[in-house]
Design a binder for this molecule. Sequence first.
Ligand SMILES: Cc1cc2nc3c(=O)[nH]c(=O)nc-3n(C[C@H](O)[C@H](O)[C@H](O)COP(=O)(O)OP(=O)(O)OC[C@H]3O[C@@H](n4cnc5c(N)ncnc54)[C@H](O)[C@@H]3O)c2cc1C
Length: 409
Amino acid sequence: MNASLTPVKPAAASAKVRAPKSACRMTVIGAGPSGLSATAHLRGAGIETRTFGEPMSFWRGHMPTGMKLRSAWDASNFSAPGGRYSLNEYAATGAIRRTAPIPIEDFIHYGEWFQRQTVPDLDRRKVLRVEGIGDRFRILLEDGERFDSESVVVATGLLNQEFVPEVFRGLPPELVSHTAGHIDLGRFKGQRVAVIGRGQSAVESAALLAESGAEVELISRGEIRWIGWEGAKTMMHWMRAPSGVGPFPLDWLVEVPHVVRLWPHALREKFSKRCLRPAAAGWLAPRMGGVRYKPGRVVVSAKPEGTGIALVFDDSSRASADHVLLATGYSLDVAKPGILSASLLERVRMQTGTHCPALSAHLESSVPGLYFTGASAVPAHGPLLRFVAGVGYSARAIAKGAAARKGRG
Ligand SMILES: Cc1cc2nc3c(=O)[nH]c(=O)nc-3n(C[C@H](O)[C@H](O)[C@H](O)COP(=O)(O)OP(=O)(O)OC[C@H]3O[C@@H](n4cnc5c(N)ncnc54)[C@H](O)[C@@H]3O)c2cc1C
């Protein structure tokens, strides 16, 4: 192994390490909506790009079967040059029908189709490590292959970024788990499940659990905020900005991330928090019949009790459950996935008060050639980057930045 590489974790340690192959211009890590769209635009700009990851793996492996998208049809397009490979174009092949809300299975198939059209040579291997070597990056893959790259786009999404409130930390997974750990909520049939949260994921998980025969209690600090949706042809729906991120009229500001980026950090942070606060799509409301819901409670203690778990709330009331399902969202820290070496991370300037990078207009970090897209770009570019609706903006910005670098190079 090259002495300059930090020792890698056990899976890699056992892998056979091969010498670096030829250098490549751009490496994209991640094959979700952000990584695939970035690749399409980079290649469109004539930049040689290698892309790694399992296509749509977060959607396939960390969201529940039966889920439906909160984002509307027109806000759920991947992005390629010339507006190609949209959901409408996929629907025109006859593979899916335009529906509202969109079933997750249709969206996964759309993502895989987009990948076949735009990145047919996708490399499904995992990237284990990225090291800064001079003005380049050395990439280590799971099978031990190494190669150098002039630039890197980190598009690894929400993987390993789950937020677990302090009170639930250290409890066994049979008693407490995060929504990201489940595809099949049917496994809780006949059990008493306490769902913590009040956003889309909490409300939809509660509905899916109740529909599959679990006894469900939804526990949250405050009331559920219901938001309109595409199928509800109300006046408010027609006034909303296309992406539907944030409350009206702030949603219109969300649409201009290049402007939001220029705001003072404190203002942008407040704005993002306001636009990303927990809310659930109105179409879920009729499905809540089988869910017990008492808002205004905070869990202050959670302890194993018999085969289940005992909960104490801030008003001293109590509850018990067989399992607690945390729909408590994600807390972004670019160090957590463990891909970027410590010495590289040290060179990445973070956005004040966050563990996410400060980024240029081209989503380039303080390390020249190292780009970030998706959720980790929210502190720098605002809430649109958290959603599929933001992938066109980020992909175009990265491609523009990389093309300018290539020109300079
Ligand atoms: C329950 C839930 C529901 C959501 N619903 C919506 C919705 O309705 N509409 C919406 O717009 N957004 C929704 N989101 C947000 C959604 O996650 C993002 O919009 C979208 O996934 C962002 O795409 P991405 O490519 O940045 O990340 P991801 O989709 O998470 O893709 C990350 C990619 O990185 C790859 N990867 C990770 N680590 C490595 C590695 N070491 N090596 C190689 N590859 C790696 C993964 O395999 C994957 O391909 C939802 C999120 C959750 C949790």
